[in-house]
Design a protein around this ligand. Sequence first.
Ligand SMILES: Nc1nc2c(c(=O)[nH]1)N[C@H]1C(S)=C(S)[C@@H](COP(=O)(O)OP(=O)(O)OC[C@H]3O[C@@H](n4cnc5c(N)ncnc54)[C@H](O)[C@@H]3O)O[C@H]1N2
Ligand code: MOO
Length: 406
Amino acid sequence: MTSSRESHHAPRSVAAHAAAVEELLRPVVDRLSGHPETVPLSAARGRVLAESVTAPLDLPPFDNSQMDGYAARSVDLPGTLRVGATIAAGHSDAALAPEPSPGTAAPIMTGAMLPAWADAVVPVEAAVPSRFLDEGEEISLPAAPAGQFVRTRGSDVALGSGALEAGTVLGPSQIALLAALGVARVSVRPLLRVALLSTGDELVPVGEPLPTGRIHDSNGPMLTAALREAGAGVVQAHTQEDSPQGFRDALARLDGVDLVISTGGVSQGAFEVVKQGLSEGVDFVSVAMQPGGPQALGTVRIAGADVPFLGFPGNPVSSLVSFEMFLRPLLAGTRPRIALRLEGAADKPAGKHQVRRGRLNGDRVTLVGGPGSHLLHALAHSDCLVHLPVGLGHAPDGTEVEVWVL
Ligand SMILES: Nc1nc2c(c(=O)[nH]1)N[C@H]1C(S)=C(S)[C@@H](COP(=O)(O)OP(=O)(O)OC[C@H]3O[C@@H](n4cnc5c(N)ncnc54)[C@H](O)[C@@H]3O)O[C@H]1N2
Ligand code: MOO
């Protein structure tokens, strides 16, 4: 039952496997980058920017007030000043009006254009009296340095400078920046079309009743969400029984797919459907990583074409860690990586790179749950991945570790 393509060599390193996955998928990702499509900003969430965006205007577009208060010349402060015309957000007339005589303070609202004659804003609560007075009345203001509560033109991003880099996944913050810059349509990579096959006789799709001895498919919904978040499109996701022929038939039915990902069926059991179903084109390897040790990669023949294939191990945490380690960096770039000290000690096999689930805890990181790759509750309550490298067997409290923020 063992495939002739199974590796009997020493486990390969994480870096070597990452390089093999990159070699397999780089042409696909590059092909997509070469055929950008334009979408309205309203449809851009989760898409990957195909071309870098240069700021077509300054942000903020004009000097404006950070507070509701009084716009004044800092050289006039402290002092009792004559109240000028009120400047409201969205109305530039009062801000552009001829310069008033020295000793004037104009009521100004948050976001309103700062007149060229003023260089500071005093919040209304600091004025005496602490309210907005009518034009011509007198107000006393405390000292304020030039620039106080002024948001200067271009201080967020300057016209002509880099706003977003190609390859960025567009989330709410990036969409906000593009909207502020007036970019109504964006050039994005076509969606990578992924088919997901969750293998295992034990699997029941979520929403269906659970007979004794069966479990719900969590890998399918998990990887669908992970892929979408990384700017890929999941065109099919279904469960697949442990029948090698059934698995081959499911592959043969696929169409218009750039990448096939399966979960399960790649280790040492008697019913390893992926291993038994794929006789050529796919390598079964052991990576010195925990979880996510058993891995498959290669190509499968679909409609006369060789389509890249990744076989992740079935345990849910193993599957997600495999995605984070090998696929996500190619689709959406690396996660933020920081060095933190471990809260408490941990033990692990020294010969494997262990990826544990953790929670950020100030300048420390706390492990959540044990190393078991079935622990979904712990995974769901973690906000980072903690890397314990090869060579480390016992990690005492306070060990500095690399942490990927999810
Ligand atoms: N004798 C050995 N047994 C195992 C080894 C080994 O080296 N020697 N490796 C273990 C490791 S590590 C992993 S990881 C798993 C990988 O096994 P498979 O990829 O073949 O996956 P399965 O056996 O099909 O399933 C493993 C586990 O995950 C559950 N599972 C599978 N698919 C899903 C899904 N879609 N949703 C939720 N849970 C899923 C499945 O029920 C099993 O409990 O092999 C170890 N064994
Ligand atoms: O390598 Mo398995 O993926 O530990 O759970």
